[in-house]
Design a protein. Structure first.
Length: 401
């Protein structure tokens, strides 16, 4: 083993400067690739996020930035309730749903809570570790409020158990308790639908919030409408009874009124693709050039180094080492030279670079990057191995003589 490591060390010493240049090229290209892949992976997730909601029969309404001026003199919840009633009266609209957020208290623990109107919570497809989730039976139960807890709360709130939640920091409500029952445990790092986007070119990712690993929160239907202790989120999910009637008679009417806009399903994908090309076309070009340069650089260096490998292995061959073993050591040397800096740079870049608000290491991006540079290893090593396999030690001895 020590002898093999010593031989690999000698292979690295053949051209220290060139090895350093190759490592720098790998790091730079991974830095560029990370920017690009994070956006591409987000785009590939767009279809998965769309599948979490029945977007064929629903669309999302986003409020105008100056809606507060149009509906002045009202508190936040009253303002959105007024908008909701207006949307319900539009031609082709079946129903309008809201998402909400609030805080509950249980045993001095503050619990951030996502709440939904019943029709909307039924449309959501929550990915669960355990439990049945929300269904008509538990949503219609008058004895308790069904809740789904995040994975970070599964040890504190057991599946199937009931608890009493109080409304947080409202003195007049402190004695009012809500009986809740855990009907599901949410998977870690799951996307939560919030149904709100103020972007000029809204994307599906704007409608969802990706939660952190072991984050603590609760999901439930809104059962506290008789209090003021909740916030209506600015977006509305609109269920359509007739899409054609809606597009023909109602779509432009809302824009003309100036209170906001609707975004249809196909527009989300188009917006993402347009933004990807507009913002990252230079990164795509830079990466392609860098990737090709790395392949030609490492491949060219390996071919030029083949003569030195032949002479070095011939010396080892004379001293009893098998020729095939030397070829394997060359492959290991190339693997270490390419993959060690690739893995280190990939993890570091994914921790430092974020194209969205979600932080942490993107596992998909890491895997794709490592695969791409493993391909570099294969391409740049095959030629060298093929040349060495065809070479006979006796021929190299004649060349040396």
């Amino acid at each position: 083993m020590k002898k093999n490591l010593k031989i690999i060390g000698n292979l690295f010493k053949q051209n220290k400067f060139k090895n350093i240049v190759i490592i720098i090229q790998i790091i730079v290209s991974i830095f560029v690739l990370t920017f690009l892949l994070q956006k591409i992976v987000e785009y590939s997730d767009t279809s998965k996020l769309l599948a979490k909601m029945d977007f064929d029969n629903t669309i999302v309404f986003s409020e105008s930035l100056h809606i507060s001026e149009l509906l002045s003199g009202q508190n936040r919840n009253e303002k959105y309730e007024k908008v909701k009633e207006y949307l319900k009266d539009l031609d082709g609209v079946k129903n309008v749903y809201n998402t909400y957020n609030t805080s509950f208290e249980n045993n001095s623990l503050d619990l951030y809570t996502f709440m939904y109107d019943d029709g909307l919570i039924e449309k959501n497809k929550f990915n669960l570790e355990k439990g049945t989730g929300f269904n008509k039976e538990n949503l219609n139960n008058k004895e308790f409020i069904p809740i789904i807890v995040s994975s970070g709360l599964k040890d504190k709130y057991k599946l199937g158990e009931t608890y009493e939640f109080g409304i947080y920091s409202i003195p007049e409500e402190k004695d009012k308790l809500y009986k809740v029952k855990v009907v599901g445990i949410l998977k870690n790092e799951e996307y939560i639908y919030v149904g709100s986007s103020k972007q000029t070119t809204p994307q599906v990712a704007d409608l969802f919030l990706k939660t952190y690993k072991n984050e603590e929160f609760v999901i439930m239907p809104n059962r506290i409408k008789d209090t003021e202790n909740y916030n209506i989120n600015s977006g509305f999910t609109v269920e359509l009874s007739n899409k054609e009637d809606f597009v023909r008679n109602s779509y432009d009417k809302v824009i003309e009124k100036g209170i906001g806009r609707f975004t249809l399903k196909d527009k989300y994908k188009a917006n993402f693709y347009d933004d990807l090309i507009a913002d990252y076309d230079s990164y795509i070009f830079i990466f392609i050039i860098t990737y090709i340069f790395i392949i030609t650089s490492i491949g060219g260096y390996n071919l030029l180094a083949t003569l030195n490998y032949k002479r070095l292995f011939t010396i080892y061959y004379i001293n009893g080492m098998q020729w095939e073993k030397g070829i394997k050591l060359v492959a290991i040397r190339n693997l270490l030279l390419i993959m060690i800096p690739t893995i280190i740079a990939t993890v570091i870049c994914n921790l430092l670079i974020h194209t969205s608000e979600v932080t942490g290491c993107n596992t998909k991006v890491c895997i794709i990057t490592i695969i791409l540079f493993f391909v570099v290893f294969l391409i740049t090593t095959i030629g060298t191995i093929f040349t060495l396999v065809k070479t006979k030690p006796s021929e190299v001895l004649k060349e040396i003589d």
